[in-house]
Write a protein that binds this ligand. Structure first.
Ligand code: SF4
Length: 375
């Protein structure tokens, strides 16, 4: 039985059920790399040039971990899966990049996926992918249809049942995912995470972001939990039409959650990623306009856990206080008491002895200050 290696990185969380179904239906055994470890991370980084984005470095580490465990590694070259919507160049050149950085890699199955070249080319790429396993184009066609059906079921499951990608994969293939901790944390706020699945679900590179937020009392939502029509509608509203593949998980999900009643949004981006830098900035501006708490986390090879935790704590704390109606009503009642409903409030955070300086300045300017409640 031929063993096909699938790295647990980049498109794994998006496509694994479809890929696994395809290869297993054709009689192959699928071998998946383990969740990212420090060894994989370091080996991937040591093989890549510094400029390349973090997820690609991690991907190389996963490929290295598969070297002696499979006969082929599956690394598609994905240019476009939707007409005139493009992947970033790293996805297009991924098989070549791996060949250059991991020369000991087993032969690569690298179908060229580009719907802009027409359906004929796409079918040809799929038949070519199935050729090492069967000579029957009909069998490949039926297998591809089944795999696509599984993919649709996987997406629908996450949307309908509010599951994360690892939870949905674990439900479909119980042996595939490590046991998922469910500590049953109580939550008093909701935070939406937006970004690529390979950043949101890789606990090594995001320093267990979801678990940390849950421990701080937040219910965490993901882009995969939003219906595709809603994601599309948000994209149309914000940017008219998508240009990048995966715009749904950033602009679409971000736009949707900005309109929803979540308490805050955290965008997780990769350092060195062109599309992310534009999309995250765009969302941040919208969030500012809509007065919604927004945190932009950029992960790179050197992101320290302590720094990330400090930023998360500050963000969660700020979001909780902002939602604290007691504090809000304190200011409103003060303004009403003074018959100054029309007055604009200027918020100044408490900063050591600076309050004294603000008070003195206000006196000089003949402005009345309302003291904040003790924190
Ligand atoms: S979209 Fe960004 S993070 Fe993802 S592979 Fe491309 S450059 Fe890297």
């Amino acid at each position: 039985m031929m063993r096909i290696g699938i790295p647990r990185a980049l498109l794994y969380y998006e496509c694994y059920p479809m890929w696994k179904t395809f290869f297993e239906e054709l009689g192959a055994e699928v071998v998946v790399s383990s969740p990212t470890t420090s060894e994989m991370f370091n080996s991937g980084c040591s093989r890549s040039i510094a400029d390349i984005c973090l997820p690609v470095k991690v991907f190389c580490g996963h490929v290295l971990s598969l070297v002696d465990r499979c006969d082929y590694v599956f690394i598609p070259s994905i240019c476009s899966v939707e007409h005139k919507v493009y992947s970033c160049p790293k996805f297009i050149g991924l098989p070549d990049l791996v060949r250059a950085t991991v020369p000991e890699c087993p032969p690569i199955l690298d179908p060229d996926i580009d719907v802009n070249k027409g359906l004929r080319q796409l079918y040809h790429a799929i038949y070519k992918l199935g050729r090492p396993f069967t000579r029957s184009p009909l069998k490949v066609k039926k297998t591809a249809e089944k795999a696509l059906q599984v993919h649709r079921g996987y997406r629908a499951q996450m949307q309908r049942q509010g599951l994360t990608a690892p939870q949905a994969i674990a439900k479909m293939f119980p042996q595939s995912e490590p046991e998922i901790e469910d500590d049953g944390f109580a939550s008093d706020m909701t935070i939406a995470l937006v970004g690529h699945p390979y950043l949101l679900y890789d606990e090594y590179i995001n320093h267990r972001l979801m678990l940390r937020l849950q421990r701080m009392g937040a219910k965490v939502l993901f882009p995969e939990m939003v219906a595709e029509e809603e994601l599309r509608a948000s994209i149309c509203q914000l940017v008219e039409r998508p240009y990048w593949s995966y715009e749904e998980e950033v602009i679409g999900a971000g736009g949707y959650y900005l309109q929803s009643d979540v308490d805050g949004i955290i965008s997780v981006a990769a350092f060195g990623c062109g599309p992310d830098s534009l999309m995250a900035e765009f969302l941040q501006r919208h969030a500012r306009r809509m007065n919604k708490p927004f945190l932009n986390l950029v992960l790179d090879q050197h992101t320290a856990e302590t720094g990330l935790v400090t930023r998360l704590e500050a963000f969660v704390d700020m979001t909780k206080r902002r939602g604290n109606t007691q504090v809000k009503s304190f200011y409103l009642s003060k303004l009403e008491e003074e018959g100054q409903e029309g007055l604009r409030a200027l918020g100044i955070p408490n900063m050591a002895n600076l309050a004294a300086a603000f008070r003195a300045s206000a006196d000089i300017l003949n402005v009345s200050l309302i003291a904040p409640p003790v924190t």
